[in-house]
Design a protein around this ligand. Structure first.
Ligand SMILES: NC(=O)c1ccc[n+]([C@@H]2O[C@H](COP(=O)([O-])OP(=O)(O)OC[C@H]3O[C@@H](n4cnc5c(N)ncnc54)[C@H](OP(=O)(O)O)[C@@H]3O)[C@@H](O)[C@H]2O)c1
Length: 269
């Protein structure tokens, strides 16, 4: 299983996970389009990668929380040279829901849900047209730990959205030869924690992964053909069992009659 050849567009490439993807994909020979708000940081990274990897690197400054800037990125994703889309930009609002600033929650939903959903849709269309392409969605283990939201309830919900979207698009596009991977990191040492008001050094070392290791493992998972990569999980059979339990419910999730435990009287035919 190889990653599609061509240009890789990476959102949230100015730092953290996105910047490491940029480094690794450049070293694999991909030309890059780097997207984020901090143009200075993007230009610094672009200059280094042009020099070290000899690839072409475009910088596309965009605030993905705004529809106007999102549209610029959508236009770029429509071009045929795009072979890889790393749907990575995200933010975290931490802490209890009742204390959360509702404007910050809105901003997070705009970025983690609205922008991620729109850009995935445009990339999916490009890749379906070309019958080739690789879509990598940076979800999170937060997307499957909704009953224990260690970061924040709304953050978890945004990541559950992206995981669900990724699984669904994969089902539709895999028959066309398009690769779709959801990456589910655990705690990874990046600025997202500090930006969310959490000192990562206060978190237990045994649950904290270095960002280079996280991205290298996720790319190894992609190369191995995984459509969901839970980067820390030692045994993928655990995820398969989780999915099998879900699938086993399918025949009973939509029926003519309510379940017997609700004791709803039988309706005359
Ligand atoms: N680190 C973790 O523990 C962890 C765990 C699981 C999942 N993830 C997910 O991985 C992804 C990357 O996270 P990270 O840890 O690398 O975060 P990070 O270090 O905070 O980097 C976030 C990136 O997104 C960009 N960004 C933020 N707001 C933006 C906006 N409005 N418009 C455009 N770009 C924006 C930032 O650049 P600018 O500020 O320059 O715009 C930066 O490049 C996120 O989706 C996150 O939810 C992270």
């Amino acid at each position: 299983m190889t990653i599609a050849k061509g240009t890789a567009l990476i959102t949230g490439a100015s730092t953290g996970i996105g910047a490491v993807y940029a480094d690794r994909l450049a070293k694999r020979g991909h030309d890059l389009v780097l997207v984020a708000r901090d143009e200075t940081r993007l230009e610094q990274l672009a200059a280094r990668l042009r020099k070290d990897a000899g690839v072409t690197v475009e910088v596309l400054r965009a605030d993905l929380g705004t529809t106007a800037d999102r549209a610029k990125v959508e236009e770029r994703l429509k071009r045929d040279d795009i072979a890889v889309f790393v749907n990575n930009a995200g933010m975290a609002v931490t802490g209890p829901t009742v204390d959360a600033d509702i404007e910050k929650l809105d901003a997070m939903i705009e970025l983690n849900v609205m922008a991620a959903a729109r850009l995935a849709r445009v990339a999916a269309e490009t890749f379906a047209r070309k019958r080739a392409g690789t879509l990598i969605n940076l979800a999170s283990i937060a997307g499957i730990t909704n009953d224990r939201p260690a970061v924040g309830v709304y953050y978890n919900a945004t990541k559950a959205f992206l995981l669900s979207l990724s699984e669904g698009i994969e089902t539709e596009l895999a028959p066309l030869g398009v690769r779709v991977q959801a990456v589910l990191p655990g705690v990874t040492r990046t600025e997202i924690w500090e930006r969310g008001g959490v000192d990562i050094n206060q978190l237990p070392a045994e649950i904290t992964m270095e960002v280079d290791d996280m991205v290298d493992a996720a790319l190894a998972g992609l190369d191995a053909g995984e459509s969901i990569s839970i980067v820390s999980l030692p045994d993928n059979a655990d995820w398969d069992a989780f999915k099998a339990a879900r699938t086993a419910m399918y025949p009973n999730l939509s029926r003519r009659t309510p379940a017997p435990r609700y004791r709803v009287p039988a309706r005359a035919a």
